[in-house]
Design a protein around this ligand. Structure first.
Ligand code: PMT
Length: 219
């Protein structure tokens, strides 16, 4: 049994991938399973928080005590996140949000064309940066950085550019951790510190992250 260090706090977490439709039958997405975000939701619940879980399409079971918000696209996740963020004490962006969507969503199935075809994509809003940029009722904002190289360097840049309070970096080039695995290895960065949480189950790492957030909140 965990001490209820997050009692009275509302935590909003994004999890899973987003799906960017190209036409009625096709989409662009990624390999996020939702395991990391759902484990964070479970950890926050165990520590006594009220949890909003904004989830992209995944096939795992959500924690029964979280308030679940199903979304598909980055635009839908953005809308849901900004609505819930201002009533949250802590916001964690664990979702693997597509950076781009189709510029020209087709209402009919795209027909096969010549040997090559070009898709034009436009940038999606940066959800976590918009949450961190709120001028009123801004929650303590925690991002993730999924990198395949220069992990610490890129993570620190995201912490600064997105104006986050904390960022959890994972190396997603290693298939034993990160996307879809039951385990992960994380290093957490904040403005004047960092902590290597090591390689553990996503459940164990989630409890460490929530404890770290709680102590940074108090500080
Ligand atoms: O779901 P699993 O299979 O368990 O895998 C877990 C995970 C690898 C997906 C997770 O640990 C992880 O790293 N999540 C972040 C994935 C990601 O999109 O990282 P990024 O470095 O591209 O984005 C940086 C941050 O900006 C993230 O907090 C992301 O949620 C956020 N973002 C990105 C783009 C965008 N348009 N809006 C955002 O909010």
């Amino acid at each position: 049994k965990q001490p209820l260090i997050l009692a009275g706090k509302t935590v909003t977490i994004t999890a899973g991938p987003t799906r960017e439709a190209l036409d009625p039958v096709r989409f662009i997405s990624n390999h996020s399973s939702g395991k990391m975000g759902y484990a964070l939701a479970n950890a926050a619940l165990q520590l006594g928080a009220k949890v909003n879980l904004i989830s992209g399409p995944v096939s795992i079971q959500p924690p029964s005590n979280a308030k679940l918000f199903h979304v598909e696209s980055a635009l839908e996740m953005h809308q849901s996140a900004l609505k819930l963020a201002t009533e949250s004490d802590i916001f964690i962006g664990c979702a693997a949000v597509a950076d781009y969507r189709s510029a020209d969503l087709q209402t009919q199935k795209i027909k096969k064309q010549g040997d090559e075809m070009t898709l034009t994509l436009v940038k999606n809003p940066d959800i976590i940066a918009d949450v961190a940029g709120l001028s009123h009722s801004r929650p303590f904002t925690v991002g993730f950085a999924a990198e395949t190289q220069n992990v610490a360097d890129y993570a620190r840049k995201k912490l600064i550019n997105k104006k986050l309070d904390m960022i959890c970096a994972n190396d997603v080039s290693n298939q034993a951790i990160g996307f879809n695995s039951d385990h992960n290895a994380l290093t957490v960065f904040w403005s004047n510190g960092q902590q290597d949480l090591g390689l553990h189950s996503k459940e164990a790492l989630s409890l460490s992250i929530m404890n770290l957030i709680s102590s940074r909140l108090k500080g």
